[in-house]
Design a protein around this ligand. Structure first.
Ligand code: GRG
Length: 304
């Protein structure tokens, strides 16, 4: 892993941790979801098709890493990690629909509607969104964070003021000249909100204190924005094969991105600056947030 700035070197093998966590997340998701054969089988196959299509599981990894930074157990964070991944996958299925980004390729495979048809793809997204709340609703809550607080956290991140607001602004901005400020508004909502929610939920599952929750919020916000800036950069610098989704789409759709507004070099600097801020917010954990640090570094240097 490439070093960034003068931060302490993560002391563990992040790739191995991510791989073993992803396998654990897959097992948990498999148990939370109805079987592929449950009637009507088409919808359950469609939900599982996208959920197990090879996503990087970044949001669950952030949730579990935040729980670890606060001294929590992975088993307590796991349902919330799975709930966030269901919401994320729903948003990708809907984003790929002809009425939105109209994409044929996602997570290295044909998109959901290409395999199951548009009607089932809409329903598979709806069902995954609903599934997320069923999983979260089963959590018992923690002394500082009630069951209701946890569900509210997810609802806010996925709702019309955050994830959906970002998507609306994105759709309405296509083909228009938009400012860096407007672009940030889109990225904060379309991408950063759910990443931030992931780390906050991880902290909540560890019954974290208010200072820790504030630190996780700052971390999630900055890492979330950096994640999208890097995503914009990868869209113009990587191939579709590498990304597992159609590269170069932003430019073809005349979408404003960080590279199109400020150029590639400046975009890289912005991503590094945001990651630096994310690192700064982890000081409160006094060296216990190694997994979050390693993830932030990994996300900055990622190539897919
Ligand atoms: C349809 C409500 C609704 C929202 C769609 C998620 C989204 C908003 C649009 C998809 C396109 C996009 C650029 C989203 C920003 C977030 C993002 C970079 C998603 C991709 O996340 P990764 O790279 O994907 O973690 P995997 O497949 O690895 O999970």
């Amino acid at each position: 892993m490439k070093k960034h700035g003068s931060r302490s070197q993560p002391t563990f093998d992040l790739q191995a941790v991510i791989a073993s966590q992803a396998a654990a997340v897959d097992r948990a998701l498999d148990q939370f979801l109805p079987a592929a054969t449950a009637r009507p089988a088409t919808i359950h196959r469609a939900m599982r098709y996208s959920l197990f299509a090879g996503g990087k599981r970044i949001r669950p990894a952030l949730c579990l890493a935040a729980a670890a930074a606060c001294g929590g157990a992975a088993a307590d964070a796991m349902p919330l990690a799975c709930a966030v991944e269901c919401i994320h996958t729903y948003s990708l299925i809907h984003d790929d629909l002809p009425a939105m980004d109209n994409d044929d390729y996602r997570r290295g495979k044909p998109t959901n509607h290409k395999v199951f048809g548009e009607g089932i793809a809409v329903l598979a997204g709806d069902a995954l969104l609903t599934q997320a709340f069923e999983i979260a609703a089963r959590c018992q809550g923690w002394p500082r964070y009630s069951h209701q607080t946890v569900v509210l956290e997810l609802a806010r991140a996925a709702g019309s003021l955050q994830l959906i607001a970002g998507q609306v602004a994105d759709l309405e901005g296509e083909g228009k000249r938009i400012s860096a400020r407007q672009l940030r508004y889109i990225h904060e909502r379309k991408t950063s909100a759910l990443l931030c929610c992931s780390v906050r939920l991880g902290g909540m599952s560890a019954n974290c204190g208010p200072a820790q929750l504030k630190a996780l919020t700052d971390f999630g916000y900055n890492v979330g924005l950096a994640f999208q800036v890097i995503d914009d950069i990868l869209d113009v610098t990587q191939t579709s094969e590498k990304l597992g989704k159609t590269a170069g789409k932003d430019a073809r759709a005349q979408k404003a991105t960080y590279p199109s507004i400020v150029g590639l070099e400046q975009s890289r600097k912005i991503a590094a600056r945001l990651t630096g801020r994310a690192f700064d917010s982890l000081k409160v954990f006094k060296g216990k947030a190694v997994a979050l640090e390693a993830l932030a570094e990994f996300l900055l240097c990622r190539d897919r």
